[in-house]
Structure formats: C-alpha cells, structure tokens
Ligand binder design. Structure first.
Ligand SMILES: [Ca+2]
Ligand SMILES: [Ca+2]
Ligand SMILES: [Ca+2]
Ligand SMILES: [Ca+2]
Length: 409
C-alpha cells in the first residue's frame, strides 16, 4: 500500500505536519486497486494533494515568532474537513492524475493561519513515501518540496512618525533641505516601493515646500518670511506601487524662526514742537515710536546729534522713545534745537528729526531805563504821538503808553 506523510525534521525551515499525515485506509485501497501502489512497484502513483494548513501548533516551537501565539496546552487531533470523501475518476485517466484535495485542520490552531510572506517567505517540506514490503523489509523514499510564498500587496507604507515637527530660520535658502520623511513597507518589490507626495496644506496655493517623491526629503520651494507666515502645516502621503496600491499619510509642521531682517522704522520722521524755557527738568517733551516687525528685536533710542549742551535726554521704554528735558533751557543761549534721534535694533536703524523751538519765559520784571521822568501828565493826555517809550532792559518789548503811565503813577 501507499502511505504519504510529511515528516518533521530538525531543520528550522522544515514544517512538521506529522499530525496531519495522510494515510489512505487499507479498505479503500484494497477495493480500489487502482490507487494502491504495490510494494516495490514504481509504475503507479497516487496524487493526494495536501493543502498546507500552517498551524500555529505545528510551527510553534520551531519558528520563533509564532510560538507565542499558541494558546492551548493539550494537543488535539487534527481533523479533515469531511469525515468521508467521495471522488469520481474517469476511466482511463493517465497515471499521475490529481484526484482529490484534502484539507486538514487542527483544533489547536483556532482560526486558520494563512501564509504570510512578511513573516516567512519560504518553506521546505520533506515528504516521505513508505512501502510495506517484507523482503528485505519496508522501504522508503523522500522528496523535498520547496515552497516560496509570493508577495501580495497587503501592507501599506508606514511613516516613521505620525507628525514631523521642524523648525527652520526664515532666511533659509530656497531649495534647502529641511526635513526627511520615511515610510517603510513590509511587502516586497513594487509592493514595497514607496513614492512620496505633499497632499494638502501648502497654503495660499503656493508651494512653499516640495518633496522628493523617491527620498522623502522636503525642501524649501520659495522664500520664507516669518513676518508674513510663521507656521506651516501640510500633509504628506506615502503610496506603494502595488496593485492595488496602498497608501498612508502623515503631517509635517514647520515653524519659521525669526531672523533680524527688518529695520525699525519711525512712525513719523519729522517733528516740530515748542518748549518754554521755564519748563522743569524732567518734563516730557516728545514720545516717538519706531516699529520693528521682527519678533526678537529690541529697539533702543538715542539722540545722535543736535543736543546742544545736552539739554535733552531720550529713554527707551515700552518699545517707544521718550524725550525729556535733561537740563534747564535758556532762551538767551539756544532758541532752537534740531535733534536727530535714532532707533536701533542693534544691527539696523532709522532716524528722525525733531525741531524744538524754545519760547521765552517772562522771567524778568520790567525796569525803567531812568529812575525819573519829567513829564507832564497833561501832555500825555493831549498828545499820544509823543508818548514816552519805555524800553525794557532785557526783553526789548514795547509797553503801551497806558501801561507805562500806570506804572509811573
Ligand atoms: Ca505582502
Ligand atoms: Ca505595500
Ligand atoms: Ca529688526
Ligand atoms: Ca524677521
């Protein structure tokens, strides 16, 4: 009679199917003599097509990763799909015709486990045929079956990160590489070949960033300006070349870092004002503001010229500049100042002009040039044209006749 079975070997890549060994019952073989292979006779054959059921039990223990998946400790007997099989074979079929496929399952397995190339891509099975000869005794032969698991595109590319976070300075050159995204695909060949693309979020219809579809490198596609846009977020996709294709996506966040690339600019470049000479020291004279669009710029203010005898001072506070009176003014010495003030962020600066007119203060009482005036009141009353003009000693201002007369009297 003929017995076919797969035997366990020690090699790690040999699948043990001992418990699903196939043995055609004697009875059937006896009745259907066609399927019996007589001892020592090599001119007949029977195809019993065994569907490999790669059970956890059979592979566990020999094939590391699957060993953990075994759940049962008590071994159960394998079972065929049906208790009995009936098959019709046309007469005169040539030897070697495949007549039936049997499937065996093992209760230890739970659900059937299908071949997974990503776990193991090839197997080797050694099949042994035994006869039951008596002289000189039972004989056997073995054949090796190599099974290669062909890849199916059953894995999608997986990014190394769900969200890539990048920071770049705003003055980075166009075409500079800023980040690389990477997706791996457990399949093989084209099923694992990944192409990258930016799928959304390149704002304002402009491609500020581009991606190399093969390498995943993201580069700057246009000049960046933090003062215009300081944050970008866009999606990237990795798509394999399998049929049907599979894909996944990730997000990329790019924060633009500030660079001092803006000049602080005065909101007004020319100022005109008056200050009375008797203004107290410390009096606020003028507030100025220079705007710097850079986020990290600290603007300081200075009087760079025109501050004769250092009468004025400027302080920087709350982003603005405050000009105050540093020393008393003296109308007799300076009646006008032209200050040049500067706003600087340490690298870049802007200037503005401040015209300050000093106004005279009534700091001296009037004094007559002469202590005695011999005039007649009546004459003054009659002739205003001949009025006496009193010249004040320091201010050179004319006083009206009426005022003089009043003071005189
Ligand atoms: Ca696959
Ligand atoms: Ca794939
Ligand atoms: Ca600046
Ligand atoms: Ca900037």
């Amino acid at each position: 009679m003929f017995r076919g079975r797969c035997v366990e070997k020690d090699q790690r890549d040999v699948i043990s199917l001992r418990s699903t060994s196939l043995c055609l019952p004697h009875k059937q073989q006896d009745e259907a003599n066609l399927f019996c292979l007589m001892p020592n006779s090599l001119n007949g054959s029977l195809f019993v097509d065994v569907k490999l059921h790669l059970s956890r039990k059979h592979i566990g223990g020999q094939f590391g990763p699957w060993a953990k998946r075994q759940k049962r400790n008590v071994n159960s007997a394998p079972q065929f799909q049906l208790p009995n099989y009936q098959v019709s074979v046309p007469e005169n079929e040539p030897s070697g015709t495949r007549v039936i496929t049997l499937k065996a399952f093992d209760a230890d397995d739970g659900d059937a486990v299908r071949p997974d190339r990503e776990v193991k891509s090839q197997y080797r099975i050694i099949v042994e045929a035994n006869d039951q000869g008596r002289e000189p005794g039972p004989r056997s032969a073995t054949a090796t079956v190599h099974i290669f698991i062909e890849d199916e595109n059953d894995n999608y590319p997986q990014f190394s990160e769900k969200r890539y976070v990048v920071q770049v300075p705003e003055n980075i050159a166009v075409n500079s590489q800023v980040a690389v995204v990477k997706a791996t695909d457990r399949d093989a060949g084209n099923n694992a070949k990944v192409h990258y693309s930016i799928i959304n979020g390149n704002i304002k219809g402009q491609f500020y960033f581009t991606i190399n579809n093969k390498t995943g490198w993201i580069t700057v596609g246009a000049e960046l300006d933090r003062e215009t846009t300081e944050f970008y977020s866009f999606g990237v996709e990795a798509r394999d070349c399998g049929v049907p294709t599979m894909s996944s996506s990730a997000s990329v966040s790019v924060t633009i870092l500030d660079v001092n690339d803006n000049v602080p600019t005065f909101t007004q470049h020319l100022y005109n004002l008056k200050v009375n000479e008797d203004a107290a020291v410390g009096t606020s004279v003028l507030s100025v503001t220079a705007v710097d669009r850079d986020v990290n710029s600290v603007v300081t203010y200075q009087i760079s010229s025109g501050n004769t005898r250092n009468r004025f001072a400027i302080t920087s506070q709350s982003g603005g500049g405050l000009i105050t009176l540093a020393l008393p003014l003296d109308y007799k010495q300076e009646r006008q100042y032209l200050l040049t003030i500067t706003a600087s962020d340490g690298t870049r600066h802007d200037t503005a002009q401040v015209f300050i007119n000093v106004t005279d203060a009534n700091t001296h009482r009037p004094v007559f040039q002469s202590a005695n005036y011999q005039v007649l009141v009546m004459i003054f009353k009659i002739c205003f044209a001949n009025c006496l003009v009193i010249v004040e000693r320091d201010l050179c201002e004319l006083y009206s006749f009426h005022g003089v007369l009043t003071g005189f009297l």
